[in-house]
Design a protein around this ligand. Structure first.
Ligand SMILES: NC(=O)c1ccc[n+]([C@@H]2O[C@H](COP(=O)([O-])OP(=O)(O)OC[C@H]3O[C@@H](n4cnc5c(N)ncnc54)[C@H](O)[C@@H]3O)[C@@H](O)[C@H]2O)c1
Length: 276
């Protein structure tokens, strides 16, 4: 009896796709989880991070799994370093099918009237301009290749609605990343290039773990966060892997310009909502 089922799941496959992930240092965050997830899914990887030691550790972890990846240290907020990064990528991958932008900077949580201009600038330099520099390099290559490509940006629910708690520069950067996603999606749709963003709610990353070590945060802020997360728990970094694989694969071939919440329903919930 013939079986027409798609046993290798190729619709969702990223096998052999040429993928660059920025912010992929081994610190237990989202970029790290994506590097391991895409490597295990068969992607050909170039990984970038400002933290070379963390980056080498991710590459070693992949090698221990029998997976090769090229590590390129770069600060994505420096346009010249991004150009150099892509010049290293070119001979290694011979093109780029998928770019995933992950890093962010958020030097200090202070109210807007106390915010130093340099902290505002640093947040935007990494979390917004850095994404633009990487996208520009990727787009130049994707336009020159027959298959187009897929750009995935890590946005945030903080770019959808306001957080307070000194988050303004971060939230503004994320809102702009969402709009950059839509603009790129429309500009290049006829070239087979798609651009989408993931908008997670609070993820149990090392950054959040640091906040959790502070008793005031744990007692006052964590309960509010958990109230806003309908599944009643923090999101794990590797829960970003499935949505990113989907956006990178042919399964999402008509999905473009979408800001996909990965938030347990946080942005869908009414102010009076909840199920407990
Ligand atoms: N943690 C959360 O609750 C949460 C919620 C929503 C969205 N996000 C978003 O998820 C993404 C990842 O967050 P995370 O907490 O995993 O981050 P992280 O700080 O754990 O990891 C980011 C990585 O980027 C690297 N990096 C920082 N600046 C860089 C630069 N200039 N150039 C190159 N690499 C640089 C860091 O070294 C690090 O390895 C971010 O875009 C963040 O805004 C996080």
């Amino acid at each position: 009896m013939s079986d027409n089922r798609n046993s290798d799941n190729s619709l969702f496959s990223v096998q052999g796709k040429r993928v660059l992930i920025s912010g992929a240092g081994a610190n237990g965050g989202v970029g790290h989880a994506l590097a391991l997830g895409f490597g295990q899914a068969g992607a050909n990887l170039v990984l970038c991070d400002i933290d070379n030691a963390g980056l080498q550790q991710t590459v070693q972890q992949l090698q221990d799994l029998g997976i090769d990846a090229l590590a390129c240290q770069a600060d994505i907020s420096d346009q010249r370093q991004v150009e150099q990064l892509f010049l290293q990528l070119d001979p290694h991958l011979g093109g780029i099918d998928v770019l995933i932008n992950v890093p962010f900077a958020f030097p200090r949580r202070v109210k807007p009237h106390q915010l130093e201009a340099q902290d505002w600038q640093q947040t935007l330099d990494v979390s917004l301009s850095g994404y633009f520099y990487c996208n520009q390099q990727a787009l130049q290559r994707m336009l020159d290749q027959p298959g187009g490509g897929s750009i995935i940006q890590i946005g945030s629910n903080a770019g959808i609605n306001a957080l307070g708690r000194g988050a303004m520069p971060y939230s503004c950067a994320k809102a702009a990343v969402h709009q950059m996603t839509r603009e790129i999606a429309i500009e290049y749709a006829r070239h087979g290039i798609r651009c989408n963003a993931l908008a997670p709610a609070q993820i149990r990353t090392p950054g959040l773990e640091q906040h959790l070590a502070d008793p005031t945060f744990r007692e006052q802020v964590l309960p509010r966060i958990l109230n806003g997360l309908p599944q009643g728990r923090l999101i794990e970094p590797d829960e970003l892997v499935g949505p990113a694989l989907f956006l990178a694969s042919e399964a999402s071939s008509a999905i473009n310009g979408v800001i996909l919440p990965v938030d347990q329903g946080n942005t869908a919930m009414n102010a009076g909502g909840g199920n407990h």
